[in-house]
Design a binder for this molecule. Structure first.
Ligand code: Q9C
Ligand code: ZN
Length: 678
C-alpha cells in the first residue's frame, strides 16, 4: 500500500503575469501561488510531503486534449512584444499572455502529470500540485477564464492512455463552471465530471445554458456530467457538505473510480471576490477527506482558481493537511443547508435519476416541478435555513473576514498528535498498522475500580471480568487526554463497555457523543439529555424502541456479498452525524452484524471527518479480518471496496425515506428535497 503525499510547486510558474491594465484579469496574480506555498511552509506541511519536481508537459501530451492550432498560437506568443500579446489575448474571453505564459502553462501541465504518475506508480498515495495558469475553462481550441491548457483534462486522458484506466472521477469544486472540462468529456462515459458553480440562473459568468443541472452529458456520456448550479451567493459549509452527501458521493461510489482528480479552485471559499460564498477553509478538509474514501485513496488535487490570498492559502493548507491524514477540524457554523441549495440538489438528483441505480427508486412526485425549469415556490413553512442575502460583501465585511480567518485558522491548525491509533490488542497491532501505533497497557482491576466503579455497577454483572473495561478505559483515557486520536479495544462485553465509555466521557465533559452500534447488542438505555446520540445498525427492531431524536434504529441488513450499505452511510448516517457535530465517536461492533466488513470499514473511514477524528472502537467480534480492517481504517489507510457497490432495494429506499422524513426536522443535513405542494 502506497503512503505519503506529493507536493509539486515550481516558482517559475509565478512568472506568468498581467502586463497591462485589465480589471477582469487582474485578480489572477503570481502571489496566489507563492502565498499558498509560504503558508504551507509556515505550518510545516512542506517538509512532511514528498517533493516531486515539475516538468514541462510535452506537445504530444497537450495534443491529447487541444488542437494543434491552439498549441501553435500559444507557442507563438513566446517572442511577442507587449502590444502583440495584448492583441492575441483579446481574442479570448478573460485571458492574458505574458512572454513566459507558454512555458508556465507547459509546466502546469507537466506538474499535473507528474502528480498523476507519482500516484499511479505508487510512489505516494495522494498529492497536490500548485500550478498557474489554471486549466478548467480552457477548451480544445481556446484559452478562457485565465486558463490556457486544461491541466486536469489532459491528466485524465493521460491516465487513460498510460495506465489503461477506465473510470476517472473529476471533482471541480472551483466556484466557476469548468465548461472546458465539460466540453472535453461530454460524450465520454469513462470520465465522470462533477462541478458545482455560482450560476444565479445563468447571470453569472460564463453564463451558459449548458452549465445548468439538466446538462447530463451526451450520447454514450449521458449521466456522466453532473452540474450543480448555485443560484444564490453565500453558500456555506453545510450547503457544500449536503451536495457531497446527497449528490456527488453516492454517484461517485456507484461509479467506483480508479483515480480521482480534483479541479481545486478555492474561489468557492469565504472572502473570495469572485465567488462571494461563505465556506470556511476547514470545509476543504472535509471535502478532501470524503474523496479520500474513493479509488483506494488515489487522489490528485490540482489548483484552479482562488483569489482571496488568505482564504486561498489557508484552504490549500487544510487540503494538504488532510491528504497527510492529520485529524480533521470540526466544521464551523449551523449545519443546515439553505433552501436554494436544497432546490439545486433536488433538481440535479431528478435530472440524473434515469442514469444512476442508486437514484432509481427515489420519490418522483416532484418531477413536475422540473420539466419547465420554473423554480420551486420560494416560501415554505420552513425547515431549511433562511436564504442568504444577496451580495452582502463590502469593505467592512472584507476586513471582518480577514480578521476571522486569522483567528479561526490559528485555532484549528493545531499541532499533530504524535500517535494516531492506540490498542491493547496485540493481535491487531502486531502486523498491520501503517501509522504509529501506541500499544497501551490495560488498566488492572484496581485502576478500573478507582476510575469508574460508580459507572458500571448496574452494567457489569458480578462475575464478568473487569478485563473488558480495562482495555477500553485505558484507550478512552488516552483519547480524552488527546494523547492519541483513536483506538481499538476488544471486549467480550462490548455493550457494557460502551455503556461505561459513554458515561465516562460525558462525565469527563463531552457535550455530544455519537455512538454507533453495529450488530445485536443490548443497548444501555441512558441517553443523558442529548449528550449521547445512538445510531443502531442491526437487523431487527429493538423491542419497544422506536427511533427518536437521540435514538435512531436503522434496521439495515445487507445481503451476503452485496454491499448496499454505502447508500445508508452517505445519505443517512453522515448527514445525521454532521448535523449533530459530536466531540467523540464510539463505535461498537458486536455479534450478528447485519453489514459486511467493507460497510463497516467505510463507516469508520467516513466518520473520521467528525469529532476531530476522535474515535473509540469497541469490538466484541474476534474475527481477525474485521479487526484488521477496522485498524487499517483508523490508521488512515483508505479502504478498498473490492467490487462495486450495489444500490439498495426499493423497500430499503422506502424505509429510509420514512426515517428521513421523520428525522429531518431534528437533523437538517438530511434534507435533500423541498416539501411538495406548499
Ligand atoms: N465579465 C478561474 O477561476 N471572469 N477562472 C470573467 C467577465 C473570469 C475564473 C468576467 C473568471 C475566470 C480558474
Ligand atoms: Zn474559478
Amino acid at each position: 500500500m502506497a503512503s505519503g503525499t506529493a507536493l509539486i510547486y515550481d516558482e517559475e510558474m509565478t512568472s506568468h503575469k498581467l502586463l497591462w491594465d485589465d480589471p477582469i484579469c487582474d485578480i489572477e496574480v503570481p502571489e496566489r501561488l507563492s502565498a499558498s506555498y509560504e503558508q504551507l511552509q509556515f505550518y510545516h506541511l512542506v517538509e512532511r510531503c514528498v517533493h516531486v519536481p515539475a516538468r514541462e508537459g510535452t506537445e504530444e501530451e497537450i495534443l491529447l486534449v487541444h488542437s494543434s492550432e491552439h498549441l501553435e498560437v500559444a507557442k507563438s506568443t513566446q517572442t511577442m512584444d507587449e502590444e502583440e500579446l495584448k492583441r492575441v489575448s483579446g481574442n479570448y474571453d478573460a485571458f492574458f499572455f505574458h512572454p513566459n505564459t507558454y512555458r508556465c502553462a507547459r509546466l502546469a501541465v507537466g506538474a499535473t502529470l507528474q502528480l498523476v504518475d507519482s500516484v499511479m506508480l505508487g510512489k505516494v498515495c495522494n498529492g497536490m500540485a500548485l500550478v498557474r495558469p489554471p486549466g478548467h475553462h480552457s477548451q480544445r481550441n481556446a484559452a478562457n477564464g485565465f486558463c490556457l491548457f486544461n491541466n486536469v483534462a489532459i491528466a485524465a486522458e493521460y491516465a487513460k492512455l498510460k495506465y489503461g484506466l477506465r473510470r476517472i472521477l473529476i471533482v471541480d469544486w472551483d466556484v466557476h463552471h469548468g465548461q472546458g472540462t465539460q466540453y472535453i468529456f461530454e460524450e465520454d462515459p469513462s470520465v465522470l465530471y462533477f462541478s458545482w458553480h455560482r450560476y444565479e440562473h445563468q447571470e453569472f459568468w460564463p453564463s451558459l445554458k449548458e452549465s445548468d443541472y439538466d446538462a447530463v452529458g451526451l450520447g454514450k456520456g449521458k449521466g456522466f456530467n453532473i452540474n450543480l448550479p448555485w443560484n444564490k451567493v453565500g453558500m456555506g459549509n453545510s450547503d457544500y457538505l449536503a451536495a457531497f452527501f446527497h449528490v456527488l458521493l453516492p454517484m461517485a461510489f456507484e461509479f467506483d473510480p480508479e483515480l480521482v482528480l480534483v479541479s481545486s479552485g478555492y474561489d468557492s471559499g469565504i472572502g473570495d471576490p469572485e465567488g462571494q460564498m461563505n465556506a470556511t477553509p476547514e470545509v476543504f478538509a472535509h471535502l478532501t477527506h470524503l474523496l479520500m474514501q474513493l479509488a483506494n485513496g488515489k487522489l490528485c488535487v490540482i489548483l484552479e482558481g482562488g483569489y482571496h490570498l488568505k482564504s486561498l492559502s489557508e484552504s490549500v493548507c487544510m487540503t494538504v493537511k488532510t491528504l497527510l491524514r492529520d485529524p480533521i477540524p470540526q466544521v464551523t457554523g449551523e449545519m443546515a443547508p439553505c433552501l436554494s441549495a436544497i432546490e439545486s440538489i433536488q433538481n440535479v438528483r431528478a435530472a440524473h435519476k434515469p442514469y444512476w441505480k442508486w437514484l432509481m427508486y427515489e420519490d418522483t412526485s416532484f418531477l413536475h416541478n422540473l420539466s419547465t425549469k420554473s423554480h420551486l415556490p420560494k416560501k415554505t413553512n420552513t425547515n431549511p435555513s433562511t436564504d442568504h442575502e444577496d451580495k452582502i460583501t463590502n469593505n467592512n465585511e472584507a476586513a471582518k473576514i480577514e480578521r476571522f480567518l486569522e483567528l479561526h485558522m490559528r485555532n484549528i491548525l493545531f499541532p499533530v498528535p504524535p500517535i494516531r491509533t492506540a490498542t491493547t490488542q496485540s493481535k491487531a497491532s502486531a502486523y498491520l498498522l501503517p501509522a504509529p501505533v501506541c500499544v497501551v497497557k490495560e488498566m488492572d482491576k484496581n485502576e478500573v475500580e478507582a476510575l469508574a466503579s460508580d459507572f458500571y455497577a448496574d452494567l457489569v454483572k458480578e462475575d464478568e471480568p473487569l478485563h473488558s473495561l480495562g482495555s477500553m478505559l485505558a484507550i478512552l483515557d488516552k483519547i480524552l487526554k488527546k494523547e492519541v486520536c483513536n483506538g481499538i479495544a476488544d471486549s467480550p462485553t462490548a455493550s457494557a463497555s460502551v455503556g461505561v465509555a459513554l458515561r465516562y466521557s460525558v462525565r469527563f465533559g463531552f457535550q455530544r457523543v455519537l455512538c454507533v452500534f453495529v450488530g445485536d447488542m443490548q443497548i444501555v438505555p441512558n441517553t443523558q439529555d442529548g449528550k449521547v446520540l445512538v445510531i443502531n445498525i442491526c437487523e431487527k427492531e429493538q423491542s419497544g424502541k422506536i427511533s427518536s431524536k437521540h435514538f435512531i434504529s436503522l434496521n439495515w441488513k445487507e445481503d451476503a456479498d452485496r454491499s448496499d450499505f454505502f447508500s445508508a452511510a452517505l445519505g443517512f448516517i453522515l448527514p445525521v452525524a454532521y448535523s449533530y457535530q459530536p466531540n467523540l465517536i464510539v463505535i461498537a461492533v458486536g455479534p450478528n452484524r447485519s453489514i459486511g466488513i467493507s460497510g463497516i470499514s467505510l463507516l469508520f473511514g467516513l466518520l473520521q471527518g467528525l469529532a476531530e477524528s476522535q474515535i473509540l472502537a469497541v469490538i466484541e467480534d474476534t474475527d481477525l479480518n474485521l479487526i484488521q480492517n477496522v485498524a487499517k481504517a483508523l490508521a488512515g489507510a483508505s479502504v478498498s471496496h473490492s467490487g462495486a457497490y450495489v444500490p439498495p432495494t426499493q423497500e430499503k429506499v422506502h424505509k429510509m425515506k420514512i426515517l428521513k422524513d421523520q428525522l429531518q426536522q431534528d437533523w437538517k443535513m438530511l434534507q435533500c428535497s423541498v416539501k411538495d405542494g406548499i
